[in-house]
Ligand binder design. Structure first.
Ligand code: PGA
Length: 304
């Protein structure tokens, strides 16, 4: 039998009311539409479901059987609807998250999608650097934090959800802009604009150059990705930034990524909270949303 839920719904109303007209009124359909659905259902079942005596319709034996099942199926569908609505209702309340300054370039896009899915959730978003985030986690001031690699030995539960490549940027007119495979040592002749102490980007870059025994000179220390980009464009030095902060400048051709050996430095974005913290339903939903969907959603958005 290849019957549809719609046919069963129309049949259930007709059988309960024993009238095509009344069923049509209840379902806001025309009477021929009801007759058509019943006719198709009878064809699918292979037996007549109603018989007509005078002006009155009656169920046949097959009709009574199908009526029994159509009521059960209808009830199950109502139940499923209630369970799902209950779950949606659970996704209400507050979500307090803090993100690294650099994650600020993509977290709002993700929050937009999450909010559409769970409009009942009120979000508080704080944007600060890695050092301050670790402090907030330590003091249990937020539900979730988004930042780079968690420090070793910290009492945190962390899940990586996306790559975070760090790159070197220059204005398109820079002498190195068109060169390929620039040796790391060549960077010692340049001046760099770096983030403030406490920034995860800066920590990662310092570790990288120490490991590779390259000494870079810092021209200015700037506590903002935006200000670094502006200063690089103004010719004050080269920038070391997450690729995630550069979408607009690269698209507009205002900055270029230098092709330096061993670059990009590949890091990851993590969502984390204190170990053993009891996450609210909403916080759990956001955590899983990041882990399961963030990467795909952001890549699809970038393609648009
Ligand atoms: P930040 O973030 O450089 O903006 O602090 C990146 C990170 O936590 O790694």
């Amino acid at each position: 039998m290849h019957l549809t839920i719609r046919q069963l719904q129309v049949f259930e109303a007709t059988a309960r009311l024993l009238s095509f007209r009344k069923a049509a009124d209840e379902l806001h359909l025309s009477q021929p539409a009801v007759s058509m659905q019943i006719k198709q259902l009878e064809e699918n079942v292979g037996l007549p479901l109603f018989e007509k005596l005078g002006k009155q319709i009656y169920m046949t034996e097959a009709g009574r059987e199908i009526y029994h099942y159509s009521r059960s199926i209808g009830q199950l569908l109502t139940e499923a609807d209630e369970v799902i609505n209950g779950l949606k209702g659970a996704y209400q309340g507050r979500l307090s998250i803090s993100v690294a300054s650099t994650a600020n370039y993509f977290v709002p896009t993700l929050l937009g999608t999450f909010h559409k899915r769970f409009p009942g959730v009120t979000v508080t978003l704080d944007v600060t650097n890695r050092k301050a985030l670790l402090e907030q986690l330590n003091q249990n001031q937020v539900d979730l934090v988004v930042m780079g690699q968690p420090p070793e030995g910290a009492n945190l539960e962390a899940g990586a959800f996306m790559e975070n490549p760090l790159v070197i940027v220059a204005p398109p007119t820079h002498a190195l802009a068109k060169q390929s495979n620039i040796p790391l040592q060549r960077l010692e002749d340049e001046v760099f604009l770096t983030r403030e102490r406490g920034s995860g980007t800066r920590d990662a870059i310092e570790r990288f150059f120490t490991q590779h025994e390259v000494q870079i000179s810092t021209g200015m220390e700037i506590a903002s990705n935006e200000a670094i980009k502006q200063s690089v464009q103004a010719g004050l030095g080269l920038g070391l930034l997450s690729r995630d902060t550069l979408e607009m400048e690269l698209a507009l051709g205002k900055l270029v990524i230098l092709d330096v050996e061993d670059f990009p430095i590949v890091r990851h974005w993590y969502v984390m909270h204190r170990k053993g913290k009891r996450l609210s339903t909403v916080a759990q939903a956001f955590k899983y949303f990041l882990l399961e969907e963030a990467n795909k959603l952001l890549h699809d958005t970038h393609k648009d």
